[in-house]
Each structure stands twice: as structure tokens, then as C-alpha cells.
Design a protein around this ligand. Structure first.
Ligand code: FES
Length: 87
């Protein structure tokens, strides 16, 4: 599992191995629009302020994935212990 700090809402949530970030945020009352939930539409794109993203989407180019400024929170995960998101 990993932690997601949501700077705009001032909340930190824990995402378990079988959960998606977008679902955990929704359960915490932090709503982010999502559509495909498969990493193909881009609706759930969120800015990343800190942490290393495990990108699992099909939208971002390799360069964009490496830059790590944004992520699709329906499918992508955390490759460090904590992500800080602009949400
Ligand atoms: Fe479509 Fe996340 S909801 S990419």
C-alpha cells in the first residue's frame, strides 16, 4: 500500500493493493471525474507534486511518464511510499 497526500483538500489517504486511487479518494469524499477507468480517456488526469508514479495508462508518452508531472489516477499507482497530488 502507499499514501496519497491531497494538497488542495488537506487530506492523506492510504491506497491498498487492490484499490485504485480514484476510488479511495471518492470514498474519502474527494471527487475526481473518471470515465473509462482503464487509463485510455484522460478524464482522471491529476497533477503530481511529489513522489514516483508507477504509470499504467495508455495515454502519456514515455517522456511524459518519465517527467511524472501528471498521472491517470484510475489505473496508475505509486512506485515510492507516497504521492503528493494536486487535488
Ligand atoms: Fe479514463 Fe482514468 S478514467 S484514463
Amino acid at each position: 500500500s502507499f499514501e496519497v497526500e491531497c494538497v488542495r483538500s488537506g487530506r492523506t489517504v492510504t491506497v491498498g493493493p487492490d484499490e485504485s486511487i480514484v476510488d479511495v479518494l471518492d470514498d474519502a469524499g474527494i471527487h475526481v471525474d473518471a470515465s473509462c477507468r482503464e487509463g485510455v480517456c484522460g478524464t482522471c488526469e491529476i497533477g503530481v507534486l511529489d513522489g514516483v508514479v508507477d504509470h499504467r495508462d495508455f495515454l502519456l508518452s514515455p517522456a511524459e511518464q518519465e517527467a511524472g508531472d501528471v498521472m491517470m489516477i484510475c489505473v496508475s499507482r505509486c512506485a515510492s511510499k507516497r504521492l503528493v497530488l494536486d487535488v
